[in-house]
Design a protein around this ligand. Structure first.
Ligand SMILES: Nc1ncnc2c1ncn2[C@@H]1O[C@H](COP(=O)(O)OP(=O)(O)OP(=O)(O)O)[C@@H](O)[C@H]1O
Length: 244
């Protein structure tokens, strides 16, 4: 049985069908790239999956349980963790305490959270800023911190929305190596990104959305060579020129 079964999920904003009957099965251990043009519905779909938006229709089963309509905190308890496109951290507490708060919300004890936070800060090269208020960190460091917060407890699925946007190449390398290691250890991901080289490098499978619908779903290389995907999405970028 797939870990997550997304069945005909819809999200409408007035007359706009931002997500229009999307069906996807995500198996345990997959790292699925979610790609598509601006406004195609990727973030809206993640918002529905993480409970930050109520769907207009459809169903989502997670580990066999129908979780559509659950609140974000209930989904966090079940191991559905979400990183936002616009960074969300608590600016007035330290980087370390931000991780502790996330660890507690994910069901860890205080001592487990402390131990895990120290390991993660080291792995993400943030140890030197761990006692600074998060508001004093650079934008990239805050993003790395929010990214780390998703992994305090082992999530069942991590939903990452544009983790590499506006991040220094060295930090991007740190994040993508982290994702690769975790995925090799069996961690399941959905990764929204416009960074095609990273998607190609990390994601064996990609799903391309357009106008709220799934345009293509399959091995990343095949999806990127689908004429509908090139027409709707990659034609906008220089991907084709770079990979001709
Ligand atoms: N809260 C909202 N109210 C009304 N319309 C919205 C809302 N959120 C998103 N939309 C619209 O839904 C559509 C899908 O937006 P969404 O942010 O999901 O796209 P996306 O694929 O993530 O785009 P991008 O790659 O630019 O981040 C867009 O037309 C957007 O304007």
């Amino acid at each position: 049985m797939p870990l997550m079964q997304i069945n005909e999920v819809q999200k409408h904003f007035g007359g706009l069908r931002a997500v229009d009957k999307v069906s996807l099965d995500i198996s345990e251990g997959e790292l699925v790239g979610l790609i598509g043009p601006n406004g195609s519905g990727k973030t809206t779909l993640l918002n529905v999956l993480s409970g930050h938006l109520q769907a207009s229709g459809g169903s989502v089963r997670f580990d066999g349980e129908n979780v559509l309509g659950f609140k974000p905190a209930q989904l966090v308890c079940r191991g559905i963790l979400r990183m936002f496109q616009m960074t969300r951290v608590f600016n007035r507490i330290s980087a370390f305490d931000n991780l502790i708060v996330s660890g507690l919300a994910q069901g860890l004890s205080e001592s487990e959270s402390g131990k895990r936070a120290i390991e993660l800060l080291e792995e993400l090269t943030l140890t030197h800023v761990m006692y600074l208020d998060a508001g004093q960190l650079s934008g990239g460091q805050r993003k790395l911190l929010e990214f780390g917060a998703c992994f305090m407890a082992k999530p069942r699925i991590a939903l990452l929305d544009e983790p590499f946007a506006a991040v220094h190449p060295v930090m991007k390398e740190t994040m993508s190596a982290f994702i690769k290691r975790r995925n090799e250890a069996g961690q399941t991901f959905i990764l929204v990104s416009h960074d095609m080289p990273v998607v190609v490098d990390l994601c064996a499978r990609s799903v391309c959305m357009n106008a709220g619908k799934v345009l293509a779903d399959g091995p990343t290389d095949q999806v990127l060579h689908t004429s509908a995907v090139i027409e709707a999405y990659l034609g906008e970028s220089d991907y084709e020129d770079q990979h001709a």
